[in-house]
Design a protein around this ligand. Structure first.
Ligand code: CDM
Ligand code: ATP
Length: 297
């Protein structure tokens, strides 16, 4: 017997970042939108905990207990006094270290899959609590749709979305480390007065109205200067997407994936073709959001 859970990637349509807190994390106003690029996590009883991974970026995924899927299984087993003896298989389609919450998706997926396999019957609240222990983005991977994350991004408020938004994602030649990007943000803002992060009302209205032009005018990412500082070539990808007719282009989360908002699916396909021939990125994917959160399939 085995259980498979499908989990979406995310794009941050707004990422407002406050000053570093005493614990090293940053308070955020993080507006997440789940998009239709998915990892699938399958959990099967086994002699002992082991992980396998398949997909284009599989070689970059750790297969030891640092993998967020393994950490999720261990966290739930510990709470129930169970032995986490399972085989976790990750069918990986979300780019690794791309700022699209791929590892977080696997953590949320493994947690939901183990809960179903073991019949632990954890409440939504308990699952969200374990997710928050695993990482700032993990609770959103569980819930999907669209949400405003505050605190370090783990406190979620579900948001209304009035339509489907078409996106093009350009994956870069190499990854960026999330802590390194936050450290660069600290360096770039040293000595400056960093305002308290607040969600933009225009952006929330644009999401609720399903209006791509209004959303394009309101998207923002405070980590973008830090990502560009560590990875200057991303400016060429942003320029190529903009020249191809994207309504807006921005770095996704901590990067280095760049995200382009298109007017509709037809326009997204054209922007994707232009980015593919631009020579400014490794691969290009098209996806729309909102997408549902972690789901047993
Ligand atoms: C950049 C985003 O992806 C935007 O959604 C997230 O803020 C990062 O979420 P994540 O990958 O789940 O991050 P975590 O595993 O919780 O933290 C990794 C590291 O990122 C930095 N970090 C993360 C979240 C946050 N609010 N402030 C931070 O400073 C910290 O250095 C932390 O050690
Ligand atoms: N299941 C996993 N899949 C991918 N990477 C993982 C996983 N578990 C742990 N990692 C580690 O986490 C690092 C970040 O990978 P991930 O794909 O989650 O980045 P990300 O998408 O940029 O994350 P975020 O958007 O949440 O900041 C990887 O380099 C890898 O070492």
């Amino acid at each position: 017997m085995s259980v498979t859970v499908r989990v979406p990637a995310k794009v941050n349509v707004q990422l407002a970042v406050g000053a570093a807190r005493p614990d090293g994390f940053h308070d955020l106003a993080n507006v997440f939108l789940a998009v239709g690029l998915y990892d699938e996590v399958t959990v099967t009883p086994a002699e002992e905990l082991r992980i396998t991974c398949a997909g284009p970026d599989a070689a970059e995924v750790p297969l030891d207990r640092t993998n967020l899927a393994a950490r999720a299984a261990i966290a739930l087993a510990e709470r129930r006094g169970l032995d986490p003896a399972v085989h976790l298989h990750i069918a990986k389609d979300i780019p690794v270290a791309g700022g699209m919450a791929g590892g977080s998706a696997d953590g949320a997926g493994a947690l939901l899959a183990c809960d179903a396999l073991w019949g632990t019957g954890a409440s939504r609240e308990e699952l969200l609590e374990i997710c928050a222990e695993l990482g700032s983005d993990v609770p959103f991977s569980l819930v999907g749709g669209a949400a405003l994350g505050t605190g370090r991004g783990e406190k979620l408020r579900t948001l209304e979305v009035g339509g489907e938004f078409s996106w093009v994602f350009a994956m870069a030649e190499r990854g960026l480390s999330t802590p390194a990007v936050f450290r660069e943000f600290d360096r770039l803002t040293q000595g400056l007065d960093v305002p308290e992060p607040l969600a933009s009302e225009e952006l929330l209205d644009a999401l609720a109205g399903g209006d791509p032009d209004a959303l394009a005018a309101a998207v923002s990412n405070d980590l973008q200067p830090a990502a560009l500082s560590l990875f200057p070539e991303l400016a060429d990808t942003l320029a190529a997407g903009s020249a191809a007719g994207a309504l807006a282009g921005l770095v996704s989360g901590s990067g280095p994936t760049t995200a382009f908002l298109a007017r509709d699916a037809g326009s997204a396909a054209k922007i994707a073709d232009a980015l593919r021939v631009s020579g400014t990125c490794r691969t290009v994917r098209v996806a729309s959001g909102p997408a549902p959160g972690a789901t047993v399939i």
